[in-house]
Design a protein around this ligand. Structure first.
Ligand SMILES: [Zn+2]
Length: 284
């Protein structure tokens, strides 16, 4: 791969060291994941409540704005009524000095018209008042719901703060550790690691071999592949889930692994000659 030159400026780790760094990064990141699981859905619940409260406050503001508009409309209608009444006064004055029937008819018609106008305005005002009453009831309901939500939010926040407080120091230390390990891992691998982690439901990007299977997806790994993984000469991914596979003893050197294997063999020999004892020895 053409990335060789680039690989070497990152403290030129051997493949084995790279795998080990990834494995240790995974251990730390999995601990951070566990803390997050402990917090559970609380951060989301707090966010949801905050959104709901903001939405409700906007709705209340909107209703208040609508009420203001209605009050302006009422004031306008009242002004119109006063104008009509002034006109009626004027027409009544004029009625006292009419010169002919035509003038009388015209003034009477005007008076009737203004009476109708006043009736219409009063009807409109009544409508506006009942609209305001209805909106005030809605606002009252919304406010009591809002208070309820705010109390609920306070509780959830307290609960979350408590959990965060308990685990904060631990999480900070883990994050610092994660960053420090990441510094030693080349960009390309780190990106792959994060991508696999993001896709995996359990956040597992580096999977150990467990009973001959991938520790991430539990599909069997062929024996030859298991040997390749244990030899630590190249980065091998699970063909089913794409996770990077490691042997469980990655934090031991190959010499130490060999010594461990021999010791286990000796133990097995000393114990009952049954095949089964190997398993018991491996537990040690
Ligand atoms: Zn797998």
């Amino acid at each position: 791969m053409g990335a060789k030159a680039k690989t070497e400026d990152k403290k030129s780790l051997s493949i084995e060291e790279k795998i080990r760094a990834l494995y240790n990064l995974q251990l730390v990141d999995s601990k951070i994941d566990k803390i997050k699981i402990l917090r559970g859905e609380l951060p989301l619940e707090v966010q949801d409540l905050e959104d709901e409260i903001a939405g409700l406050e906007t709705r209340i503001d909107n209703y208040k704005g609508e009420i203001l508009t209605l009050e302006t409309s009422i004031a306008n209608k009242k002004t119109e009524i006063k104008e009509s009444e002034a006109l009626q006064l004027k027409y009544n004055e004029q009625l006292k000095n009419i010169k002919n029937n035509r003038e009388f008819d015209s003034l009477t018609k005007e008076l009737e018209f203004q009476t109708l106008e006043i009736e219409l305005s009063n009807k409109k005002i009544k409508g506006f008042v009942s609209d305001i009453e209805a909106k005030n009831i809605i606002i009252e309901d919304a406010i009591s719901k809002l208070n309820e939500l705010k109390l609920n939010l306070e509780d959830k926040k307290k609960e979350l703060d408590g959990i965060v407080g308990e685990t904060q120091k631990e999480e900070e230390a883990l994050r610092a550790k994660s960053e420090k390990i990441s510094e030693n891992i080349e960009e390309r691998l780190l990106i792959a690691y994060k991508r696999i982690r993001g896709n995996a439901r359990n956040g597992l990007s580096i999977a150990p071999i467990e009973r001959g299977a991938c520790g991430g997806c539990y599909n069997k790994i062929p024996p030859q592949k298991q040997l390749d993984i244990k030899s630590r000469k190249k980065i091998i991914v699970c063909e089913y889930c794409g996770r990077i596979l490691v042997d469980n003893d990655i934090n031991l050197s190959l010499e130490e692994v060999e010594a461990k294997r021999i010791a286990e063999q000796e133990l097995a020999k000393e114990a009952k000659p049954k095949r089964k004892t190997r398993k018991a020895a491996a537990k040690k």
